[in-house]
Design a protein around this ligand. Structure first.
Ligand code: CMC
Length: 402
């Protein structure tokens, strides 16, 4: 009831009250549960910030230990899951594999489906409901790195690694990705720390397209695995998480700094976009992109400099001082520099969005948990439209149609 507001693309519509992430797009501020992203990147870890995003407070030592144990305990996947994921071809896009894997995992957790386990499963807020909800959260977080690593190894025709013990979340992921099951394997600490910072920076970003997809599906009380699959599908698009892959393809096509002006001319004629620039919320530099740029230097000190860096810097410097970008307030976003790091680490471009999706699972689940525990229960998300089609008309038989 009431006045219907036409707001294509949700430019101005708030659909939920949230305590999770704060963004001030004018000032370039990002905070998780009140903590500035810069402080967290400097002092926290990905998994500690994951706890913060999910449950609202930084964990005590005891809480963190339990949380880490639960998440890492759930890195194992059922042999049948390995068969399902293993059935993809070597050239399947890793994001297609990841989307399908999350959906498939739901089939292995029937108790997570409210339709099977009782309508009010999550929103009842009982101790039992919270325990069932947390169990799905631990499972999805744990299995995200396992299926993410499987999507990587399929392309190389390599067998899947079994999860190790004694490593933290990010190190476990590096092990699952690459290592050949040596008992004392430890990933390079600089690389592991850099990846952990990247994960932390990608963990949440309030009600972006994929988080909204998570809640749209979650609002029907579908199981969280299906909702995470939908969110992963949303992230795949080049206007969202797919931009980090698009940046590397763009820089490779530009080739060298002297070709930058010609590329910018094409952008101004709206023939192409400048991938990794612009944001729905930020009207200044994305605070994450500054931290990522610093992290990039640390990674390049180990891996060697990414040869595309000169082109990236020339393009960046030309764009931020160009009238087209200045007047539209377009600045680098999180995806502009991250792809350069992923490439230096040896990841193929079509895998970059998986490196965004794995940590973003945390944000999706934090938003989902918040939605399920809303005071007045879950209301199904059902936007309205403005109908502008034909008025009533009579059916015409096929032979009489012109
Ligand atoms: N290159 C060239 N022009 C642009 C760009 C860009 N990257 N971004 C926006 N513009 C122009 C746009 O054409 C429009 O111009 P005009 O006023 O002449 O019509 C103006 O700037 C306003 O842009 P908009 O499309 O209305 O902005 P939006 O809020 O709808 O879109 C965006 C936001 C992120 C989809 C867009 O900036 C974009 O396509 N960027 C490139 C893709 C990208 O880097 N995406 C990653 C986003 S950040 C993290 C993530 O979600 O993964």
């Amino acid at each position: 009831a009431g006045v219907r507001v036409y707001d294509p693309g949700f430019m101005n519509t708030a659909v939920i009250q949230s305590n999770i992430t704060f963004i001030d797009g004018e000032a370039g501020i990002l905070r998780y549960r009140g903590y500035p992203i810069e402080q967290l990147a400097e002092q926290s870890t990905f998994l500690e910030s994951a706890f913060l995003l999910l449950y609202g407070e930084l964990p005590t030592q005891q809480q963190f230990k339990l949380f880490e144990q639960e998440v890492l305990h759930h890195t194992y996947v059922h042999r049948d899951v390995e068969q399902i994921v293993g059935a993809f071809r070597y050239d399947a896009h890793p994001m297609s594999i990841l989307t399908a894997s999350f959906a498939a995992l739901g089939a292995f957790a029937p108790e997570a489906n409210p339709a099977l386990a009782g309508q009010k499963l999550y929103s009842s807020g009982t101790t039992e409901a919270l325990a069932v909800m947390d169990k799905q959260i631990f499972r999805i977080l744990g299995k995200a790195i396992t299926v993410g690593a499987m999507a990587y190894r399929i392309r190389q025709g390599r067998a899947f690694n079994a999860p190790p013990s004694g490593l933290n979340y990010t190190e476990t992921y590096l092990y699952l990705l690459d290592h050949l099951n040596e008992p004392n394997y430890k990933p390079n600490p600089v690389i592991a720390k850099a990846l952990d910072i990247l994960f932390l920076l990608h963990a949440d970003h309030e009600l972006n397209c994929s988080a909204a997809a998570m809640l749209q599906v979650g609002s029907s009380l579908a199981d969280p695995y299906s909702a995470v699959a939908a969110a992963t599908a949303a992230l795949y698009g080049p206007l969202h998480g797919g931009a980090n892959e698009a940046v590397i393809r763009m820089l490779t096509a530009i080739g060298s700094p002297e070709n930058v002006p010609a590329y910018l001319e094409k952008v101004k004629k709206k023939e192409v976009v400048l991938s990794g620039f612009g944001h729905r919320i930020y009207r200044t530099s994305d605070p994450r992109s500054k931290i990522i740029r610093k992290t990039a230097e640390e990674v390049f000190a180990v891996t060697g400099r990414n040869p595309l860096l000169d082109t990236a810097m020339a393009l960046h410097d030309a764009a931020i001082s160009d009238e087209y970008f200045v007047s539209r307030r377009l600045y680098p976003n999180v995806d502009y520099w991250s792809g350069l790091i992923y490439q230096a680490l040896g990841f193929p471009p079509d895998y970059f969005t998986v490196l965004f999706a794995i940590p973003r699972v945390v944000g999706w689940l934090a938003h989902w948990r918040q939605l399920m525990l809303q005071k007045n229960g879950v209301k199904i998300w059902r936007p309205r439209q403005l109908y502008v089609g034909e008025g009533e008309r009579d059916y015409v038989e096929i032979e009489k149609r012109e």
